[in-house]
Write a protein that binds this ligand. Structure first.
Ligand code: RB5
Length: 146
């Protein structure tokens, strides 16, 4: 899969580690920055990365900031994006099975790299269950216009 990756300064170190993990797992990525750990603003990176997922340039996205919250708020304002901020493997699994999340957001200040790794692996390999969940996911976009 081709994955859009993005971070701010707080997520920069994990984003750099994520590149190695994605390569190991056989995925391609496009890096939307940040490109250093200098203080910066997460919308500048999360917004274009979310647009790349929404327009089909990338199949999914993984965005990282201090808490994962800022990048998830930005991503969820882009039409077609379903971003899930996950602190556990169970949330990651369910965000795919039930919500068909196309963006995963992570909080580098809240979870260890070891847990981030497990969350990413499970999130990438878990399929959407469809069925009743498909109806609900369709309604997200129909009702919000996003
Ligand atoms: C940066 O200090 C921090 O606010 C940012 O990384 C993120 O956690 C915002 O949601």
């Amino acid at each position: 899969m081709k994955i859009a990756i993005a971070s701010d300064h707080a997520g920069f170190e994990y984003k750099e580690k994520l590149k190695g993990l994605l390569k190991e797992l056989g995925h391609d990525f496009v890096d939307f920055g940040a490109f250093s750990a200098d203080s910066t603003d997460y919308p500048d990176f999360a917004y274009p990365a979310a647009q790349a997922v929404a327009n089909g340039e990338c199949e999914r996205g993984i965005f990282i900031c201090g808490t994962g919250v800022g990048v998830s708020i930005v991503a969820n304002k882009v039409k077609g994006i379903r971003a899930a901020n996950c602190c556990s493997v169970e949330e990651a699994r369910l965000s795919r099975q039930h919500n068909d999340a196309n963006v995963l957001t992570l909080g580098a200040r809240l979870i260890t790299w070891d847990s981030a790794k497990e969350i990413v692996k499970v999130w990438l390999e878990t399929e959407f269950e469809g069925g009743r969940h498909a109806r609900r996911v369709e309604k997200i976009h129909k009702l919000t216009g996003l």
